[in-house]
Design a protein around this ligand. Structure first.
Ligand code: SF4
Length: 473
C-alpha cells in the first residue's frame, strides 16, 4: 500500500529557502519516492527544478543554487492519479502573467473527470494527466480577484482529498480539504513560516511546530505574516492509515505523537488476540512500535527477526526475472540464529492484496521458525480507497474475497488476528468521527460515485491522450 505525496512550503526572507525545502523533502521521502521538485519565487519570477527519482538524486548544489527567492514549495511524489512520468512531476506551474501559480498536492480528487471536461471546454490547457492540474486550472478559472477567494471558489467545487502548498510570485498558501483527509501543519522558522505534510519535516529543519492546519482552512503567508481563512465544515475524515502506517512515528497528528499510538495498537492486539509464544517481532519499520507494544503487554520478549535494507527507494531499473523472484528478500533478511525453533508473533500494519505476507511467512519458515502467529494493526481491508492511497480494486483485496480463516491458510500462518475498529480507536485515543475508515467499513466520507467516476476517468484519459499525445499509465 502506498501513500501519495509529501508537500512542503516556506516563506522566509532570512533563509536559503531552496536548501531548506530540500532537507524538508528529505524528511518526507517516505511519503513518495518517484519524483521530487522544488519551485521558488522572488516576487517577480517563479523558478522550478523537478525530476524523476529520490530527493537526493534530483538535486545537487548546482540545481539548488539556481532556485533563488524567499518563498519555496516542494513535493515528493507517489503517483495515484496520472502516470509515473516526468511530465507529471510536481510542483507544477500553471497559468500566465499575474494569474500564475505553482502547486504541490497530496491527495486525490474524485470529481476531477467532470471538472476536467468543463475546464477543457472553457479553453484551459492541460499538459499532464494529473488531478493536480485540474485543481490549479480551477483556481485560475475563478472570476474572483484575490487569491484567497480564488482558492475558496475551487474548494467549493472540489470533492476529494487535497492538502496543498501553493505559491504565487509574492505569496505562499497552504490549504487543507474540508474533510482533513491528509495532514498538514504550520511551523515558524527564523522570522518566517513553513508548512509541511508532517511535523517531522519541521523538526529536521529546526522550525518550531505551531499548529495543525484545520480541515477547510486556507493559510496565506506573506511578508506581513500569517492570515487564516476558515469556513464551517461538516464531517471530518482524517485517513486512519496516517496513524497506522503512512506518517513517520515521530510525527504529531491531531495532537498525538504516532509512536505511542502505534505501541497502543500492538498492546490492543495482545489483549484481543493473545497467544503462547517465545518471541514477538514487528515487520520493519512501520510495525516495529506496534510489535514492541504487543511484547510489553503480553510479557513476551521482543526481537528483531527481520532486518530491512533501509537504503532502498523506488528504483527505475527493471529487475531481471531471477532478481524479481527474490522479491521480499531484496527488502528483508531474517536472523535464523534468533528465530530457529521459536514460536513467533509477527505484528504487521496491514494485509492488502495478500501478495507480500505469504512471502514474509515463507522467509521466516525457511529461517527455522516453528510457529507463526500473524497480528495485524488494522481491521480487514474490504473496500478500495478513492482518496489518494494506491491500494487495489475491490476484487484484488484479499479480505473482500476470503474469510479470516481462509486468509490465515492462504498466507501460511498458524494463526491470524486483526485489531478491531474499537481497538484501533482506543489506541489512537481520538473520537471515531475524526477519521475516514472507509476501507474497513465502505462508509466513504463523500460521494465517490464509484463506477461512474471510473468511466469518466477513462474517458478523460483517452481524450487527453488523443489531444496531447500523452501516453497514460
Ligand atoms: S479509504 Fe482507507 S486508506 Fe483511503 S483515506 Fe479512507 S482510511 Fe485512508
Amino acid at each position: 500500500m502506498h501513500e501519495c505525496c509529501g508537500i512542503f512550503g516556506v516563506n522566509s526572507p532570512n533563509e536559503d529557502v531552496a536548501r531548506l525545502t530540500f532537507f524538508a523533502l528529505f524528511a518526507l521521502q517516505h511519503r513518495g519516492q518517484e519524483s521530487a521538485g522544488i519551485a521558488t519565487a522572488d516576487g517577480r519570477k517563479i523558478r522550478l527544478s523537478a525530476d524523476m527519482g529520490l530527493v537526493s538524486q534530483v538535486f545537487d548544489e548546482d540545481s539548488l543554487s539556481q532556485l533563488t527567492g524567499q518563498i519555496a514549495i516542494g513535493h515528493s511524489r507517489y503517483s495515484t492519479r496520472g502516470s509515473s512520468r516526468k511530465i507529471n512531476v510536481q510542483p507544477m506551474i500553471v497559468g500566465k502573467g499575474s494569474n500564475t501559480l505553482a502547486i504541490a498536492h497530496n491527495g486525490n480528487i474524485v470529481n476531477d473527470a467532470y471538472l476536467y471536461e468543463e475546464l477543457l471546454e472553457q479553453g484551459y490547457p492541460f499538459h499532464t494527466s494529473t488531478d493536480t492540474e485540474v485543481i490549479a486550472n480551477l483556481i485560475i478559472s475563478s472570476p474572483e480577484k484575490r487569491w484567497v477567494d480564488k482558492i475558496r471558489y475551487a474548494m467549493h467545487r472540489l470533492q476529494g482529498a487535497y492538502s496543498l502548498t501553493l505559491m504565487t510570485k509574492q505569496n505562499l498558501f497552504a490549504v487543507r480539504d474540508p474533510w482533513g483527509v491528509r495532514p498538514l501543519c504550520l511551523g515558524a522558522i527564523n522570522g518566517g513560516w513553513a508548512v509541511a505534510s508532517e511535523s517531522c519535516a519541521l523538526d529536521h529543519i529546526g522550525a518550531d511546530f505551531i499548529r495543525e492546519i484545520e480541515p477547510g482552512e486556507i493559510v496565506a503567508i506573506s511578508e506581513s505574516g500569517v492570515d487564516s481563512y476558515r469556513e464551517e465544515t461538516g464531517r471530518k475524515a482524517l485517513c486512519i492509515f496516517e496513524y497506522i502506517y503512512f506518517a513517520r512515528p515521530d510525527s504529531v497528528i491531531n495532537g498525538r505523537l504516532l509512536y505511542p499510538a502505534r505501541q497502543a495498537m500492538g498492546a490492543g492486539l495482545a489483549e484481543e488476540h493473545p497467544v503462547d509464544a517465545d518471541l514477538v517481532m514487528g515487520v520493519p519499520d512501520s510495525a516495529t512500535a506496534a510489535g514492541i507494544g504487543y511484547a510489553n503487554r503480553s510479557d513476551i520478549p521482543f526481537c528483531e527477526g527481520l532486518l530491512k535494507n533501509r537504503y532502498v527507494g523506488r528504483t527505475f531499473i527493471e529487475p531481471d526475472q531471477r532478481i524479481r523472484d527474490l522479491d521480499v528478500k531484496l527488502k528483508f533478511n531474517p536472523l535464523p540464529q534468533m528465530l530457529e525453533g521459536k514460536r513467533l508473533v509477527v505484528v504487521d500494519d496491514s494485509i492488502v492484496r495478500g501478495t507480500t505476507t505469504p512471502k514474509v511467512v515463507n522467509l521466516l519458515r525457511r529461517a527455522g521458525v516453528k510457529e507463526i502467529h500473524m497480528r495485524i494493526c488494522a481491521p480487514p481491508i474490504r473496500y478500495p480507497c478513492f482518496l489518494g492511497v494506491d491500494m487495489a480494486t475491490r476484487q484484488e483485496l484479499i479480505a473482500a474475497r476470503k474469510t479470516i480463516p481462509e486468509i490465515r491458510d492462504f498466507i501460511g500462518a498458524d494463526s491470524l488476528g486483526y485489531l478491531s475498529i474499537e481497538g484501533l480507536i482506543k489506541a489512537v485515543a481520538l473520537p471515531r468521527d475524526t477519521f475516514c475508515m472507509a476501507c474497513f467499513t465502505g462508509d466513504y466520507p463523500m460521494p465517490v460515485q464509484l463506477e461512474m467516476d471510473k468511466l469518466a476517468l477513462e474517458t478523460m484519459l483517452a481524450t487527453q491522450e488523443r489531444r496531447f499525445g500523452i501516453r497514460q499509465r
